[in-house]
Design a protein around this ligand. Structure first.
Ligand SMILES: [Zn+2]
Ligand SMILES: [Zn+2]
Length: 104
């Protein structure tokens, strides 16, 4: 059973651990960790910093993809229009082509 003394430890005041954002170097006790699918870890103080480091950029227009985006042939696109401009058409036509394949 916990004593009143142990409960008095405020998790937001005591035992704060300063961590450093890997992009801007800000030391902040509310930094968060992002674990990538390949097992690498990143530490950031804000989502903005995380986006700058981790978000893929569109292979056509160069904007940062912070939504789902699209991936084709190992390249990322922000939208079907950009994929189209790079000669990738299956992203838009995926539904149609699978239907065509079924009928033929
Ligand atoms: Zn930062
Ligand atoms: Zn784009």
């Amino acid at each position: 059973m916990e004593t009143a003394q142990s409960l008095s430890t405020n998790p937001f005041v005591g035992d704060r651990q300063l961590r450093t954002c890997e992009l801007c170097g800000n030391e902040y006790d509310k930094c968060f960790e992002v674990r990538m699918s390949d097992g690498t870890n990143h530490i950031f103080d804000s989502f903005e910093c995380a986006i700058h480091v981790l978000a893929p950029t569109c292979a056509h227009c160069g904007c940062m993809i912070i939504g789902h985006g699209m991936e084709a042939n190992g390249r990322f696109y922000c939208c079907a229009h950009c994929a189209n401009q790079q000669g990738v058409h299956e992203l838009e036509d995926r539904v149609v082509s699978t239907m065509e394949r079924r009928t033929s």
